[in-house]
Write a protein that binds this ligand. Structure first.
Ligand code: BTN
Length: 242
């Protein structure tokens, strides 16, 4: 593994993609103390001021098929949740597919991007933004966002947490690669899943519906028990509330 550290960059995802285009190797971890144009999902930004968070991106060249790559985000999400639990003792959980929450509030978001050919993956970058030392949040998100400092009441060391997360990621990643699916780790994913046995509202663009989340499949889909039977929700297609 190789760590590339920056005091400031535009976005660790963008930087990791540049490194990938120049032949950067599998397992490179790009870390920055601050991002000038941090990116969130759905074209949103990710506020990244100095000395607040972990802003990092893992560069992978997985040998799995392109259609299996979406599961990597779930692997990363469980590594973050587990790493936070082990390193801080805080009850971090995963909100399917890939937000990490503590006491109902979001503490980490993940943005995965990939470059694939039809038959194989060229590279995948998994960007992880964790609120670590934030003392407060802007009004628009203060009811839904939290930080490790706010939850724990004392500062958490970023370098140590990065190491703990990476260690967990390696364990889960190897198990995922050996099968090409989540069969070996889904039980643990489900144990970290905050939606488990909870009511969820699936914002399907065709027709939203409600049901009870029952965990994930080997392929990473969310199993939802709806009125008319079991439905499988693919990540990306829809967003799940509740
Ligand atoms: C989300 O919208 O929940 C995903 C946020 C992802 C933010 C991280 S911070 C490190 C990496 N670099 C980026 O520009 N974005 C991701």
């Amino acid at each position: 593994q190789k760590i590339v550290y920056y005091d400031v960059t535009d976005s660790t995802n963008v930087q990791a993609k540049r490194i990938a285009e120049e032949g950067g190797m599998h397992g490179t971890l790009v870390v920055a103390d601050r991002q000038e144009s941090g990116k969130g999902r759905r074209g949103r930004g990710w506020d990244s001021p100095k000395n607040t968070g972990i802003f990092m991106t893992m560069l992978l060249r997985p040998t799995v098929k392109p259609d299996e790559a979406s599961m990597l985000t779930l692997v990363a999400a469980m590594a973050v949740a587990k790493g936070i639990r082990l390193y801080t003792g805080l009850p971090a959980g995963v909100k399917w597919p890939n937000d990490i929450v503590i006491n109902g509030k979001k503490v980490c978001g993940i943005l995965t991007e990939m470059n694939t050919e039809i038959e194989y993956i060229n590279y995948v970058v998994i960007g992880i933004g964790i609120n670590v030392l934030n003392q407060s949040f802007p009004d628009e998100i203060k009811d839904v966002a939290t930080s490790l400092l706010l939850e724990k009441g004392e500062p958490v060391k970023r370098a140590g947490l990065i190491e703990a997360i990476w260690e967990q990621f390696e364990i889960y990643y190897d198990k995922f690669c050996s099968k090409g699916n989540l069969s070996e780790i889904k039980e643990e994913y489900n144990s970290l899943l905050v939606n488990l046995d909870r009511q969820v509202r699936v914002l399907d663009p065709r027709e939203p519906y409600e049901g009870t989340a029952r965990g994930i499949t080997d392929g990473g889909e969310l199993i939802v028990e709806a009125e008319d039977g079991i439905r499988l929700v693919s990540s990306g297609e829809v967003s799940v509330r509740g």
